[in-house]
Design a protein around this ligand. Structure first.
Ligand code: FE2
Ligand code: FE2
Length: 152
């Protein structure tokens, strides 16, 4: 059975949900909270980059995929801005918790919309052969981005 693009994308989605759950349960001002936030940031950025390159760019080229890909890229940008906002706050403070909740809420909304809508739209645009190839390319870039971001 060849690798499936959507299974590959969902693996990161599940990881994002689990990391965000842990992050919101972390204790104020602890090293645990700081490390979890770093994990969340790297996971979100690595997934977004590889997903933009190997899911949204290919479907952006098709008229049927234009509005979904545009919408998704806009949400990625909003998520990145929330990550930056959290990063500027004191992890021991109340404002940090409020902003981290906002980030978690935004990510959950985005993942749901991708799984319920954008994946279906792209499923009609991409051929079976493209999906197999893109799954491979996505996984490779996701791993590479993890390394690049962890070293930064
Ligand atoms: Fe996404
Ligand atoms: Fe995604």
């Amino acid at each position: 059975m060849p690798d499936n693009l959507y299974d590959a994308l969902r693996e990161s989605h599940e990881l994002q949900r689990s990391l965000l759950r842990k992050l919101l349960r972390s204790k104020a001002g602890t090293q645990d909270r700081i490390s979890l936030f770093k994990e969340v940031r790297i996971e979100l950025h690595a997934h977004e980059a590889a997903e933009e390159r190997y899911l949204y760019v290919p479907i952006l080229m098709d008229d049927m995929g234009l509005s979904s890909s545009r919408h998704a890229l806009h949400e990625h940008h909003q998520i990145d801005e929330l990550i930056e906002d959290v990063q500027k706050l004191d992890p021991a403070g109340v404002a940090w918790v409020e902003k981290a909740k906002e980030l978690s809420h935004k990510v959950h909304h985005h993942l749901r919309e991708e799984e319920k809508k954008f994946f279906q739209v792209s499923g009609k645009i991409l051929s079976a052969a493209q999906k197999v190839k893109l799954a491979k390319q996505y996984r490779k870039d996701y791993v590479r981005m993890h390394k690049v971001l962890a070293a930064a």
